[in-house]
Design a protein around this ligand. Structure first.
Ligand code: NAD
Length: 376
């Protein structure tokens, strides 16, 4: 069982799919592990640490590998170096990338998309959406604090008192809850909103105040899977009125609102941005999915004519790469363990396992995932 840890080729990607800790465990499962030279540098892991964990370092490790571990979907040039029949596990970003799925199929690899892992108890340890969103929520507040020209905590000094900053978090899922916790740790006065009633108690348990339109529609806004439903135009208008009133008194806003399979809901209009005080900061974590904030630009920090900064960093988890890689590598290890026969120390995927069925995109030259079949 040969496992390769590929180097990421994307310019914005500093994460890596294994750490010395997970390499050691993979070897314990009977694998030999090859790591591409420099694969861990962006996450602060030198080749020597992988070697000390038992890996070999070599650019050609991928070509003979039975399993290739990556952060991002391999590009066509990388696929050419992977043998047909190999298992490739990564964050595949399959929606809207049907052509790239075709490439994976033609390469003959069994490609698994970690972000399609079901959010069931058994798979919690493999949940890359949660592990990465949690860190992104933390980093969003750190980025906001760095852009903000004032302190977050209240400070009583001999020269007078510095007031605490007011932080408003929109969307209290995994990222939002960590943004709330981080803002509280830094001493900000935190409020938060969501359309799911379950979020109310979670927000309160972190010591923040919940602000939302709590009508009949709100009481029904959570799907059986725990996600938000798209809200009616009427609800959105009520929500916008509430947000407009609240936001102009805030110093920092972090938005994280997403609806599965749809563009991110637009929660903050240009007029709301303009109502904030100069020097205020908005971080839009949903910018890659269309953005919650009017005027947010993917990959850029924009300063409006009124002096409000809108931060639209891409791959925010990648901005805290060492921690993100550590958790991602453990997510991958946990999933890979389910594909290995531990007694005989060989790869033996159970193609009928619900985790395999939910995440397997391509196999034996075809796109096999039900969500990506050509429409007849
Ligand atoms: P997400 O990334 O899909 O969305 C982020 C948040 O935005 C959600 O809380 C959502 O309700 C909110 N949102 C959507 N539309 C909004 C709007 N118009 N206004 C305000 N907020 C809006 O969500 P997520 O972070 O992946 O979490 C979704 C749910 O899944 C949560 O209930 C979470 O606790 C749950 N979860 C379960 C597991 C598990 O069981 N293994 C793991 C992770 C998360």
């Amino acid at each position: 069982m040969r496992i390769a840890i590929a180097a990421e080729t994307g310019a914005d990607e500093s994460r890596v799919a294994a750490t010395p800790e997970t390499v050691k465990k993979l070897i314990g499962l009977g694998a030999s592990v090859a790591v591409a030279p420099g694969a861990g540098i962006g996450s602060g892991i030198p080749d020597a640490e992988y070697e000390a964990a038992g890996a070999t370092i070599g650019a050609d490790g991928v070509s003979g590998a039975d399993v290739v571990l990556k952060v991002r979907r391999p590009a066509a040039a990388e696929l050419a170096g992977i043998k047909p029949g190999a298992i490739v596990i990564a964050i595949m970003d399959p929606y809207g990338h049907e052509a790239e799925l075709g490439e994976l199929a033609r390469a003959g690899v069994s490609a698994f998309a970690m972000e399609l892992m079901p959010r069931i108890t058994r798979a919690q340890v493999m949940d890359v959406l949660s592990s990465q969103a949690n860190l992104a929520g933390y980093r969003a507040v750190i980025d906001a604090a760095a852009e903000f020209g004032r302190a977050l905590p209240m400070m009583m000094t001999a020269a007078g008192t510095v007031p605490a900053a007011k932080l408003f978090v929109m969307g209290a899922g995994v990222a939002g809850l960590q943004a709330i916790a981080t803002g509280r740790r830094l001493g900000a006065i935190v409020t938060a909103t969501d359309v799911r009633p379950a979020a109310k108690e979670q927000v309160a348990s972190l010591g923040a105040k919940f602000v939302a339109v709590e009508d009949e529609e709100f009481k029904q806004a959570e799907t059986a899977a725990g996600y938000a439903k798209p809200m009616s135009a009427e609800y959105q208008a009520k929500q916008a009125a509430l947000v407009a009133e609240h936001i102009r008194k805030q110093d920092i806003v972090v938005t994280t609102a997403l609806i599965p399979g749809r563009p991110a809901p637009r929660l903050i209009s240009a007029a709301m941005v303009a109502s904030m005080r100069p020097g205020s900061v908005i971080v839009d974590l949903a910018v890659e999915r269309g953005g919650n904030v009017e005027g947010a630009v993917p990959g850029e920090t924009v300063t409006t004519p009124e002096g409000v900064k809108i931060v639209g960093h891409l791959n925010v988890a990648g901005r805290i790469a060492a921690s993100a890689s550590g958790l991602y590598a453990r997510n991958l290890l946990a999933f890979l363990e389910t594909l290995i026969d531990k007694k005989d120390k060989v790869l033996k995927p159970n193609w009928d396992d619900e985790l395999v069925k939910a995440t397997l995109l391509t196999r034996d030259g075809a796109v096999v995932h039900p969500n990506f079949q050509p429409k007849s």
